[in-house]
Write a protein that binds this ligand. Structure first.
Ligand code: PEP
Ligand code: MG
Length: 471
């Protein structure tokens, strides 16, 4: 058991297996999470940071174990009258949420033998394509092993935390003028391009949808006075000046704040940098592997309006077309949008004039349709289950009659404008069998889920085809 990301990294470097126990995780913990075998958080739920990141990495995670009291400073946590510390072993079962106070042996998941044969029968019967949500070449390759046919969601922000990238993005955030901003983006671009090349290499020509920067920028800056002082020194800034920047990024409700494509409207440089990285990466990979014929799929997050989509799309197409002309390359690319704001679902007929594909971000769509936060709903939802108001977590299983109606409306209106529009789902529901059956019924083209849920999705998609054919 370890209690901080730093400890997880140190212990893992010594060859030890660790479980990171935290009140909750934040983007700064990402390297520690990658070093850990498992993650246990007191706060959270199906779509909170720890759960989403761990699921993507294939790390086991139990998020929202509210009975635990944690003392991070003392390095202990207490549950059921028993206290556990750094020298204790625990084991997690991420499917059931069980936490065991002992070491249980595990084996890696593989698809071989009879299981593999059975999965081939399922594949022969399913209509839906299965993609994966992956942000690293390692996760992408793992998903392909499990049968993924493409990537439905690369969350580019997950690439921003290592080494030089976090430094460059912080320089971008504190930039005082256009020159400083350009200089920071120029540092980021080649690093981002390298990330995309890695993903394209891992996917060997299978389709890859790259989603542009989504979270609010405060997630990339430190918050404690000590960390701010350290970063200020590194950046040759006054600590007070940096504190002022950090304060200016503070939002009362960041999930509904300055995020998604709103970041590009205020900072067009970000969309341009990401476009340059995607297009140059694809050009390089196509030169290296002409038979793969990579066609970039660029996806804009949190769009709610046609003019907004046009505005950001123009940044993308101007940049992409300029590079293609300069390089003398004739390469297709597609620009699409996520549907994750209720207004986008209602205005899907208009959005389809500009969007070549839709991907339903049902995590945000659920949050914004119900009006409760995906990070906080875990606190009160249990009472809704015991009162029989809700049967299950709407972040885990799509609410078919409410959120599902918006998905159905958007699919219908989108297709009316653009009959061949490609439709997928990349929220966590993409790995849930009941939700897969529902979206199969709507005739979506694919579901996208985290690598370790791909086998379940393949089987559920086959069952969905059979059931929906009988309806
Ligand atoms: C979503 O909102 O469903 C989605 C896939 O995006 P994210 O979880 O990164 O907000
Ligand atoms: Mg989202």
């Amino acid at each position: 058991v370890v209690f901080s990301a730093e400890e997880a990294i140190e212990e893992a470097a010594k060859g030890r297996q660790v479980i990171l126990v935290r009140l909750e995780t934040s983007p700064e913990d990402i390297q520690g999470m990658a070093a850990a075998q498992g993650i246990l958080t007191v706060r959270g739920g199906m779509t909170s940071h720890a759960a989403v990141v761990a699921r993507g990495m294939g790390a086991c995670c139990v998020s929202g174990a509210g009975d635990i009291t944690i003392d991070e400073e003392a390095g202990t946590f207490t549950v059921g009258g028993k206290t556990y510390g750094r020298e204790d072993w625990i084991s997690l079962d991420g499917s059931t949420g069980n936490v065991y106070g002992e070491k249980i042996s595990t084996v890696p998941a593989e698809i071989t033998g009879d299981f593999e044969r059975f999965m081939e029968w399922a594949d022969a019967r399913r209509r839906l394509k299965i993609r994966t949500n992956a942000d690293t070449p390692r996760d992408a390759a793992q998903a392909v092993e499990f049968g993924a046919e493409g990537i439905g969601l690369v969350r580019t922000e997950h690439m921003f935390f290592d080494g030089d990238k976090i430094k460059a993005i912080r320089e971008m955030i504190v930039a005082k003028n256009d020159d400083q901003m350009e200089a920071a983006l120029a540092k980021l671009e080649p690093l981002q391009q390298e990330d995309f090349e890695g993903i394209y290499e891992a996917m060997k020509g299978r389709p890859v949808t790259i989603r542009y920067l989504d979270p609010p920028l405060h997630e990339f800056v430190p918050h404690t006075p000590e960390e701010i002082a350290e970063l200020a020194a590194e950046m040759n800034m006054d600590a007070e000046e940096l504190q002022a920047v950090v304060d200016s990024l503070h939002e009362v409700n960041p999930m509904m704040g300055h995020r998604g494509s709103r970041l590009d409207v205020s900072n067009p440089g970000i969309a341009r940098m990401q476009t340059e990285a995607v297009i140059r990466a694809a050009i390089n990979i196509n030169r290296k592997h002409p038979d793969w014929n990579v066609v970039p799929e660029i996806m804009l997050p949190l769009i709610g309006d046609l003019k907004e989509l046009k505005y950001v799309k123009k940044m993308v197409t101007d940049t992409a077309d300029k590079i293609l002309a300069e390089e003398g390359v004739d390469m297709d690319y597609h620009v699409g949008t996520m549907i994750e704001v209720p207004r986008a679902a209602l205005k899907a007929g208009e959005l389809a004039e500009e969007a070549e594909f839709f991907s339903f971000g049902t995590n945000d769509l659920t949050q914004l349709t119900f009006g409760f936060s995906r990070d906080d709903a875990g606190k009160f939802l249990p009472e809704y289950y015991s009162a029989k108001i809700y049967e299950n977590d709407p972040f885990a299983r799509l609410d078919q009659t409410g959120v599902g109606e918006l998905v159905a409306i958007a699919a219908e209106r989108g297709r009316k404008t653009r009959p061949d529009i490609k439709l997928g789902i990349c929220g966590e529901h993409g790995g849930d069998p009941a939700s897969i059956e529902f979206v199969d019924g709507l005739g979506l083209n694919y579901v996208s889920c985290s690598p370790y849920r791909v086998p379940i999705a393949r089987l559920a998609a086959a069952q969905a085809t059979i059931k929906n054919e009988k309806k």
